[in-house]
Design a protein around this ligand. Structure first.
Ligand SMILES: [Mg+2]
Length: 741
């Protein structure tokens, strides 16, 4: 609207200027006419035609000083005071023009009203009309009203430029242009929707902006603006999206696809190092980051899948591999073998030489084991897994087994690694391997079952004397299960289920009870009665027996005062000590600690050491035997005749008593058996040993052995092992009747 108003005001100003120019033209024309003597001369000739023509020419000359198109229809009327026409001129080629009929009445109406200037509307044309009264002599305004020499001059002309401009303004439908004649006072341009002008005191122009039109225009403009804005917005958005897609999302998508594909296929990432744009830099950075992550992942994966010490597979990876092989075996129908390998006597090596040496042996055995498997046709170029499952336990998976015998060379090759001891870079070590073998699907339908049964077979191999391999069997498994239960029970219980029984040893001299042997008994709520034959080897192997031996010593010392009450102050209490203890550096100290807490003197105690110690005798054994001897203990060699002690060794040890094993007594049914036992007794006596014979079950045996020189006898013929309080019964005879002759 402001724009229209400004335009309207511009139009009005232009019209004002235009009418001012025409007004100046009219004033100038009149001035020229009055200064010209022609008009004065013509009026004095009383209408001579030639003089009129001269005036016409003069007026034409004056008019021609202006552009011909600038004004039209110029006419000049001169009248005397009586209202008579003295002269009439009209611009044109016709010298004797007819008087405009409307002009004269308008001039007459001005008589007595002074000079005037006004607009005359004729049709659509606006004409400017001047009326002047002048004295013919002076050609100036008359000095008095009734001057008879005064004439009235009327000038009238059309204004083409003004009219054209005015009509264009009026024709503008958006502007309500209104032209009114004066007088219209106080025309101002103060209203918002109007442009007003008073033009040279002649007319008043009022241009009103059409409010409806304005509103329409505003709405149209607003609509145009909104549409243009929306078009620009949508176009800009489209361009922006296209640019984003072209330069950002598309490259990112390509980057994402490239990275995703590379990761899925486990291939190296594409090379982004050549590009200079942000996406290439991003790809390059990601590629580097991915490489670092991949390296870290591979490193962590390797750590998680392998055993840190040996770099073989660990238990987890072994399990994964086993599951894969089982699935493959299910499809192909080919058998699969699981070897469970355990190193025998490894704990002793660890205890004796330290864990550093133990770790070295494990590493070197791992290498040897892999070498032994690699040269085996069975596993070449096929998936296999060699794993360290626990401390000194290893597992091997051998796929595609056709027959059981195919496994023999593999196992023998592994066993052979320990032939004469294990050859390590630090020397030879007395260890061996026990191998348990379970075959899928014969020996187990799942990974867990197969592993458990291979483990059971391995324990059976150990129980059968170690350094060998054993195939799984159900019977074997049951035996092994019980041994494992005994093993676990020994490790977990504080020996509450154990009790001590005492077996009297009878003196052949006076048939009195010379000593009693403390024997361990185990009645388990879950395992039932567990024979010492079952649990002693297991306890020795798992390292529990040192603690159990000490428990036996403590319990025997606690019972000794009571035993002395039963059998007299001279009684000797005999305690069995596992030969393994003689290899332990701390055993002697622990033993002496038990005696410090007791009032029982050491010379009341006989320590029975099983004969097998002799085969592994070393510095520790000799030192411990000497210490025990010096401490005052009576030392007895138990079960003589079943082990491997040579006669020459026998006389070197600081022993007091030799206990001849029951197996030799059982052979006294014939002459040779009797001679053997009696000769042995004779030999021991000659060497200064006291001789006790075990396993005496008949009076005949007792008689022969007494006659043969044995110092003491022990066996069911005299008494079974009995609980402590059983000796309190009055019925127990401290002197065996069979010897009281
Ligand atoms: Mg014994």
């Amino acid at each position: 609207m402001a724009e229209k108003l400004a335009r309207a005001r511009l139009e009005v100003s232009s019209l004002t200027l235009s009418v001012e120019r025409y007004s100046n033209f009219g004033e100038g024309f009149l001035a020229s006419l009055l200064q010209s003597k022609v008009l004065k001369a013509a009026l004095k000739t009383n209408g001579q035609r030639y003089q009129i023509v001269a005036v016409d020419r003069r007026l034409s000359a004056i008019a021609q000083q202006f552009p011909s198109t600038y004004f039209t229809e110029l006419s000049v009327l001169v009248m005397n005071p009586e209202g008579e026409t003295l002269f009439y001129y009209e611009d044109g080629d016709e010298p004797f023009s007819e008087l405009d009929a409307a002009l004269k009445p308008r001039v007459l109406a001005t008589f007595g009203k002074g000079d005037s200037r006004r607009l005359i509307v004729e049709g659509e044309q606006q004409k400017l009309q001047y009326i002047r009264r002048v004295n013919l002599e002076t050609m100036r305004a008359p000095l008095y009203a009734d001057d008879r020499e005064a004439v009235t001059i009327a000038l009238l002309f059309n204004m083409p430029e003004f009219n054209e401009e005015l009509q264009r303004l009026v024709a503008d439908s958006s502007l309500n242009a209104e032209v009114t004649a004066l007088p219209q006072k106080n025309a101002q341009q103060t209203q918002d929707h109007r442009a007003l002008a008073e033009v040279s005191g002649l007319l008043r122009l009022e241009v009103t902006i059409d409010q409806g039109q304005l509103n329409n225009d505003s709405h149209r403009l607003l609509l145009e603006f909104v549409l243009n804005f929306l078009v620009i917005v949508f176009f800009s958005a489209w361009v922006l999206l296209a640019l984003i897609r072209r330069y950002i999302t598309e490259p990112i998508h390509q980057l994402q696809s490239g990275i995703g594909e590379a990761i899925n296929r486990q291939q190296p990432l594409p090379d982004y190092s050549e590009g200079c744009d942000e996406i290439s830099q991003l790809g390059h950075e990601f590629s580097q980051l991915y490489s670092q992550l991949q390296g870290a992942y591979e490193s962590k994966k390797k750590l998680a899948e392998t055993d840190n010490l040996t770099h073989l597979d660990n238990r987890y990876t072994f399990g994964q591999c086993l599951n894969r092989m089982l699935e493959r075996s299910n499809i192909s129908g080919v058998k699969l073998a699981l070897l469970y390998i355990d190193l025998d006597n490894f704990k002793a090596v660890n205890d004796r030489y330290g864990h550093e040496m133990g770790d070295l042996i494990l590493r070197e055995f791992s290498v040897s084991l892999c070498d032994a498997l690699r040269i085996t046709d069975l596993v070449m170029a096929r998936e296999q897994s060699v794993a360290r499952l626990a401390g000194d336990e290893f597992g091997v998976l051998l796929p595609d087994i056709q027959r059981e015998v195919d496994l023999y060379p593999v196992c023998e090759r592994i066993i052979k690694l320990f032939e004469g001891g294990f050859n390590s870079s630090r020397g030879k070590f007395s260890i061996s391997a026990s191998i348990g073998i379970a075959i899928y699907p014969d020996d187990g339908s799942s990974a867990v079952e197969l592993t458990r049964n291979a483990d059971a077979a391995m324990y059976q191999a150990k129980a059968s004397g170690r350094d060998q391999y054993a195939f799984y069997s159900a019977e074997l498994a049951e035996r092994t299960r019980r041994e494992r239960s005994i093993d676990l029970a020994l490790k977990s219980q504080p020996f509450d289920e154990f009790t001590l029984y005492y077996m009297p040893i009878i003196s052949t001299e006076d048939s009195s009870v010379k000593s009693v042997e403390a024997l361990l008994r185990w009645q388990s709520p879950t395992l039932g009665f567990v024979s010492p034959v079952e649990f002693i080897p297991i306890g020795e192997a798992n390292g529990v027996f040192e603690a159990l031996d000490l428990w036996v010593v403590q319990r025997a010392l606690r019972d000794t005062p009571r035993l002395l009450e039963f059998f007299g102050e001279g009684l000797i209490v005999s305690i069995n000590i596992s030969s393994a203890q003689l290899n332990s550096g701390g055993f002697f100290l622990n033993l002496m600690l038990c005696f410090q807490q007791s009032e029982i003197p050491t010379n009341r105690i006989q320590l029975e050491i099983t004969e097998t110690f002799a085969v592994e005798i070393g510095a520790h054994v000799e030192a411990n035997l000497s210490l025990l001897k010096q401490a005052g203990f009576i030392l007895a060699l138990d079960d003589f005749g079943t082990g491997y002690t040579s006669l020459s060794q026998l006389i070197d040890y600081p022993l007091d008593v030799i206990k001849i094993d029951k197996s030799l007594v059982d052979r006294m049914v014939d002459e040779r058996g009797r001679d053997l036992v009696l000769s042995l007794i004779g030999f021991c006596k000659q060497q200064g040993f006291s001789v006790t014979v075990e396993g005496v079950e008949t009076a005949e045996q007792a008689d022969m052995l007494t006659a043969g020189g044995a110092d003491s006898l022990q066996g069911f013929h005299f008494s079974k092992p009995q609980a402590l309080e059983a000796f309190a019964d009055d019925g127990f005879n401290h002197y065996h009747p069979s010897l009281l002759r």
